[in-house]
Design a protein around this ligand. Sequence first.
Ligand code: C5P
Length: 401
Amino acid sequence: MCLRDERVLLGVSGGIAAYKAAELVRRLRDAGAQVRVVMTEGAKHFITPLTLQALSANPVRDSLWDASAEAAMGHIELARWATRVLIAPASADLLARLAHGHGDDLLSTLVLASTAPLAVAPAMNQQMWAHPATQANIALLRSRGVQVFGPGSGDQACGEVGPGRLLEAAELVAALAGTVRGHAVLAGVRVLITAGPTFEDIDPVRFIGNRSSGKMGFALAAAATAMGAEVTLVAGPVALATPAGVLRQDVRSAAQMLAAVMAALPGQHIYIGAAAVADYTPAQVADKKIKKTAADMAVALARTTDILATVAARSPRPFVVGFAAETHDLEHYARDKLQRKGLDLIAANQVGCAESGFEADCNTLQVFWADGACTLGPDSKVAVAQQLLSLIAQRRAQAGA
Ligand code: C5P
């Protein structure tokens, strides 16, 4: 992960997660960034400016009205200095003020005055995060191109459980590094992605399908393109628009998807199997509509070829990423697939719950590789896709691919 040559203006707002800013400053500097910290009044109740000054090796700013600090570096100069603005933690109040363009303290003023890309990492009580006002503010910020990292889900300092946790420092640095302006981390990288379901015809009228919407695969294609990759998307039958810049090939059945993948495979650096490929297909397809004359009927099914395992078995082969949709024992089944199919990384999601998996706009992924694991989300499929691609870029670099 590299943030060399980046000048990160880190905004810290008031919330218990502000204590994590100390670790974040260290990680940002480890990744090569210069860091200057700006705190809101509330943040200073949770962590001292002195701590962040020592770790960032720069004076911490907290007021628009500090004459000596303004004399050293005026707030407009500070806004121009930044190549990236990251606000972590971003409280519900700060998000509201940013959404509405307030400039009533140093941090909100700097955001207005800076042209640097802005990323926010929300952290708050899960009920505050779920509140329609917060969600509307987040949607407005996103629509203006603000990146939203997290929040993560789990135990909260207030004793509740749910989404609202600040992402870990390493996850924030990875997310930031994945989207560094001028350093598209996937520049020159060719990525082949499968998405959506496959339909296996029984006769000219009926087929066997599944509930995959294709949203995750399409989000991955969009995010990879935004990160500089050349993306080929092999899509099963879905009603989704092709992301800008993506080369798309539509297929219907598992056999067609296999053929399209194999044809597109030479020269690919990364393969991501996000499609829900049918495991079985009718052994024979009737060429005429089957009439309902019998009281019951059976359809003989034959196994399809596992596209993912086939790609992973090739030599040379790309960096291979699989998906696993499970209803239970997520880690056990995901790790088994990782090993059995010879993958570099597997992203598992829990299906059968309302907030994630098939058809939902949000997702949580548990990601596993040979000697590690991490959780991405819950977040929109677009945000989770960005985080997953940053992780893939990082793991691929470490694997020396
Ligand atoms: O074994 P399972 O179907 O649960 O594995 C899911 C992963 O394998 C997904 O990445 C999916 O795209 C891939 N797969 C495949 N070809 C198949 C079945 C699954 O590429 N025939």
